[in-house]
Design a protein around this ligand. Sequence first.
Ligand SMILES: O=P(O)(O)OC[C@H]1O[C@H](O)[C@H](O)[C@@H](O)[C@@H]1O
Length: 289
Amino acid sequence: MTHPVHPDLLPAGVRAIELAPGMPGLAFSHPDFSAVLSLYGGQLLDFIPAGGQPLLYLSPQAQLQPGKAIRGGIPLCWPWFGPHPTDGSRPQHGVARTALWTVNAVARSDDGFHVSLNGPREGELQASLTLLLAPQQLSLTLTTRNLGKTPQPLSQALHSYVAVSDIRRLRLLGLAQAPYHDKLDGQFKRWPDGDWMPQAATDAVVASAAPLQLHDAGWQRRLQLASSGSASTVVWTPWQQGAAKLADLSADGWQHFLCLEAANAGADARVLAAGEAHSLTQQLRVAAL
Ligand SMILES: O=P(O)(O)OC[C@H]1O[C@H](O)[C@H](O)[C@@H](O)[C@@H]1O
C-alpha cells in the first residue's frame, strides 16, 4: 500500500507506518513520550510517557481489519453514540471508527506534536479532529460541522480506554452525586458520594462534565481528565462477565482499563443548526500520586 502521507511532509519524530494491510498510521517519537495514531478510525492507539506506563489501553486481541472497530485507545463514536436512534441496521457508535481519516497537517512545536485530520461525512455532518500530543498530556478535539440547510442531530463520545494497573485498585473522584442513566438496568440514579471504586460491570451516562481524577494505586499515578463542549461523561467497564462476551478482549483484559468518555450522550445529545459547528474536547494529563 502507498501510504497516504508522503514522508517529506512529516516533521522530525513522526513516521508513516502501516498497522495492518490497508490501515495506515503515524508513529510519534519524542524524548518525553511515544504515540501511535491510526488513520483508520482517526484513533489514537497508544501514548506512553518515557519510562512510564501507557496512558491508553489497546487490547492485544484488537482486530486490525477494515470494517471492524479497534478495541482500545480512543475510538471516536460519531455521529451517534450507541445504537443508531432510528435505524437498527446502522453500526453501533456511528461510522467514524471504521472510516479512513486523512491527514490535514502534522507539525511539531515546543509543546509537542499537533495533528489535524479530516474525517468522514455522514449525511450533512462533517467530522474533523485535532490532537495535541505533549509530554504528560494529550488533548483531542472532535469538531462537527453541519454543511446542510436543516438542523441535524448529533451524539458522540471520545471513548477513551484509560490504561490502569488493576481496575480493582482505582479511585475515581469528581462524579459524586451526579445524576446518571444506568444503561445496564435502564434506571436513572445518582452517583454515590465520596470516591468511587469500580467493583462491578458499569455502563453509565453521567450528566456531568466535571473534571475527573483517577487515582491508580498500583502504578502510583493520578490521571486528570477535563472536557469542554460536553455535559455528559460515560463510565464503562464490562467487568469479567461482560468481557467474556467480547471476542476482542482477552480473559483478563477487563482488569486493565476503565473507559472514561467525554460525550454528548443521552439528554446531552445536540442538534446542530444549518452551518453550525460544535467541538467536543477531552484532555488527559498524567501526574504522580
Ligand atoms: O463494544 P463497543 O461497540 O465498542 O461498545 C463498548 C461500550 O461503549 C460505551 O461505553 C457504551 O456505553 C457501552 O454500552 C458499550 O458496551
